[in-house]
Design a protein around this ligand. Sequence first.
Ligand code: AHR
Length: 307
Amino acid sequence: ATAALAGCGSSGSGNDRPTLGFSQVGAESGWRTANTRSIQESAKTAGINLKFADAQQKQENQIKAIRTFIQQHVDVIAFSPVVESGWDTVLKEAKDAKIPVLLTDRAVDSKDTSLYETFLGSDFVTEGHKAGQWVADQYKGSNETVNIAVLEGTTGSAPAIDRKKGFADIIGTDPKFKIVASQDGDFTRAKGKEVMQAYLASKQRIDVLFAHNDDMALGAIQAIEEAGLKPGKDIKILSIDGVHDALQAEVDGKENYVVECNPLLGPQLMDLVGKVKAGQPIEKRIVTEETTFTPEQAKAALPDRKY
Ligand code: AHR
């Protein structure tokens, strides 16, 4: 598959409006759709020419899109890297072309941090800690074994690596917590459902399901219902993101806890584009502020939830 490239406005020089080349991961989740909309709308508001490329969750498509942006001499390149590794060569090409690069949402593992200006996004390890802490609190005072199944995000992606680590940091301190299944659900509803069906078919008792994002939890909820079980009751469910459908699932009693990951990065990103274009200094790491939702908090938040 080739990356879809959609431009609006003119490229590079010859226009005072800065041109931003943005390579998006794909459209795998409700979170991602909200993130794309935030970037497109805030570019328009800020008067930034946006060249938007959807990588369809393939690193090769992102590399191709970044090379196209370099050839087009855009003013700034931003991207949300599908996986953490393998970016040094293309980032060096951007640096040699003197085009500043901004990382949004996900990090790269490049040792040479001069290859990018900043990383704007969530602290995924903290999100994993919040999820682990909720599980620990639910079973405080009990000595019984708690079987936990995990639906992991895309293998090699920063949120999958960091959320797994953060969760393990907390539940790993008590031997009563046992991870009985942990597989890649690729951050999608369809894969979350498919992997959950396999977990249920194994007949392993599952007390808690931790999904690295809401969409996989929502797919798993379907699988659990189709297996004749009650999600949220027979199996406690928690996930990360905070999209409308997951908050609704909490209100409906099908999900028990949601850790927020904020997708609305567009306004901050456009502000950073303006600053690097003007040669102003920016912070090397900008962390997004986030909350958590119990079912009661989900009910209160739902009427104003935009995504
Ligand atoms: O990188 C952020 C993660 O990617 C979100 O949790 C998930 O929904 C998305 O696909």
